[in-house]
Write a protein that binds this ligand. Structure first.
Ligand code: GAP
Length: 514
């Protein structure tokens, strides 16, 4: 899996998806730039999300709030006081870690040990093996499970009580060592605020302190009444937004999984108090369906309930994806109560209440939020799409190809137009005319360099779903071959039919109807 992840990272660079930021200066830690194919894929992910939220829901509207907000916003939201991660340094290696993640990794190792015990027994007992019974009765597994529960309970308790000394004690009791150096020489655990700050204009000191937003959601909360009134919306309704967020992550070592500058796609759904749990269930199922519609297999996605709730939530769940480094959070669905609107009302002194004409009363709505990182979605899709497989080459011999099996609607380039031979002006002219016609509808690429087989491989590597080849028969009867990326099937079709054939396969309508 480590190997797959390394290949994916280098594929992203080689095929123009992602570059390290300011690479000529050796890059900037956990900051990345989206390259020509990457920006297309990312834009398609954003379009898919935006259409599914705003276009497909009559009661959800969009917003694009500024990154800078009044500093009091972050006091009210709790981020100034509570948006912290527990930080611990190893005195020998000088490496910095998140204390909670060190303990979570320890828990993962206990899980691995349990699974290994089960695998061993499975081999020993063969067909007679009753896994459930074995897990419930084997003394070694019981011992590991008890340990897991004890450590997890202590982790949840110390995190929810902000007890840094208890976290340090837990690291020592579990004898957790620095994964790099093996040293157990740790500093005290201390809180580290994740917000970046900067200074406003010429105002010095605390007065002029501005934060780069750590989530886009607050731009929605402070605009809640503006949007409700100008859009004449009735509860329940939602506000959707896509935008940059910034977090000074302590550990950011997994490519675009954990970045310091990233993009969020968030939607806050405002509901009547008391109805939040029914909407929470609704959005859980809607969001899972959104992921599955792209063809991501169900076994690679799962729900994971939060045990350690954020300061604003009364229920929270992650949709986790099976990344090459294990199941990790891809999206969060949070029931945020009335925490944010109430705090903003208190600190600003401005009423943020909704007048419910059916009940004839004012109240502060409750909020159910869906929040997904665009970059994480990008990584999940690429991890799922990246495939190395053996295919016959043009002489019928087996050769290997790397292909990105992305859903056609989100693939960066929709079709490539390839004249069979570069040195035949009739083929080149015809291919260029097809390109000039199709470019009004899709993002196409024209390519006449190298042998046709190599050109196919180049398109496979960036996930282009269709390759159109212009050959000598094209000159006689205005037909071309259209090659489908995954099945490798080639079909001869008339040039006039290309737009409709590809259009149907890549259309958002087809995706939504599915
Ligand atoms: N408004 C709620 C909120 O921000 P979150 O769970 O902290 O909740 C939501 O973040 C999503 O944003 C995550 O599920 C993840 O996809 C993405 N995300 C968070 N931190 C990130 C980071 N450092 N790099 C990339 N994506 C991140």
């Amino acid at each position: 899996m480590d190997d797959l992840f390394k290949k994916l990272v280098s594929h992203c660079k080689e095929y123009g998806f992602i570059y390290p930021s300011s690479e000529i200066y050796d890059g900037l830690s956990a900051v990345y730039d989206y390259a020509p194919n990457g920006v297309e894929l990312k834009n398609n992910i954003k379009t898919y999300w935006w259409k599914s939220m705003v276009q497909m829901h009559q009661h959800i509207v969009g917003l694009d709030a500024a990154i800078f907000m009044h500093p009091k916003t972050w006091k009210a939201s709790g981020h100034v006081d509570a948006f912290n991660d527990p930080l611990v340094d190893n005195k020998d290696s000088k490496k910095r870690y998140r204390a909670d993640q060190l303990i979570e990794n320890f828990l993962d190792k206990l899980d691995e040990k349990i699974n290994k015990e089960v695998e061993k027994a499975q081999k020993r007992f063969g067909n007679q093996f009753d896994e459930k019974l074995y897990r419930e009765t084997n003394p070694r597994i019981q011992e590991l499970k008890t340990k897991w529960i004890q450590v997890n309970d202590r982790l949840v308790k110390s995190m929810s009580e902000n007890d840094m000394a208890a976290l340090k004690q837990l690291i020592e009791d579990c004898e957790i060592a620095d994964p790099d150096s093996g040293s157990r020489n740790w500093t005290e655990v201390r809180q580290f605020n994740l917000m970046f700050n900067t200074q406003l204009g010429n105002i010095a000191g605390e007065e002029g302190k501005l934060y780069l937003r750590p989530e886009t959601a607050q731009g929605i909360f402070v605009n809640f009444l503006n949007v409700q009134k100008t859009s004449r919306l009735k509860i329940p309704f939602g506000i959707a937004q896509i935008g940059k967020a910034f977090r000074n992550e302590i550990v950011a070592r997994q490519f675009i999984f954990r970045m310091r500058e990233f993009e969020q796609m968030e939607m806050q759904f405002f509901v009547k108090p008391g109805e939040e749990m029914q909407w929470y269930a609704y959005w859980k199922s809607k969001r899972m369906a959104w992921h599955l519609a792209l063809g991501t297999p169900a076994h690679k996605l799962k729900f994971h309930d939060h045990e350690n709730l954020a300061h604003y939530a009364n229920a929270a769940v992650d949709i986790q994806y099976d990344f090459p480094f294990g199941f990790k959070e891809l999206e969060g669905i949070h029931s945020r109560t009335d925490f944010d609107l109430k705090s903003h009302q208190e600190l600003s002194g401005k009423k943020l209440q909704y007048f419910d004409s059916e009940l004839n009363e004012n109240y502060i709505p409750y909020v159910v939020e869906t929040s997904i990182g665009c970059d994480r979605m990008f990584l999940a899709l690429l991890s799922n799409a990246y495939t190395e497989e053996s295919v016959p080459d043009s002489e019928g011999e087996a050769s290997t190809r790397v292909v990105l099996k992305l859903h056609p609607a989100i693939a960066p380039v929709k079709c490539a137009i390839l004249p069979l031979l570069k040195n035949k002006p009739e083929l080149v002219d015809k291919a260029k005319r097809i390109f000039d016609d199709l470019k009004f509808t899709f993002l196409c690429q024209y390519d006449d360099k190298d042998a046709i087989g190599r050109r196919y491989r180049r398109q496979d590597a960036i996930g282009t779903p269709f390759c159109i080849t212009v050959d000598f028969e094209s000159l006689e009867n205005d037909t071309v071959t259209i090659r489908e990326r995954d099945s490798l099937k080639q079909e001869r079709v008339s040039i006039a039919a290309i737009e409709k054939i590809i259009g149907d396969k890549i259309s958002w309508k087809t995706l939504f109807e599915n």
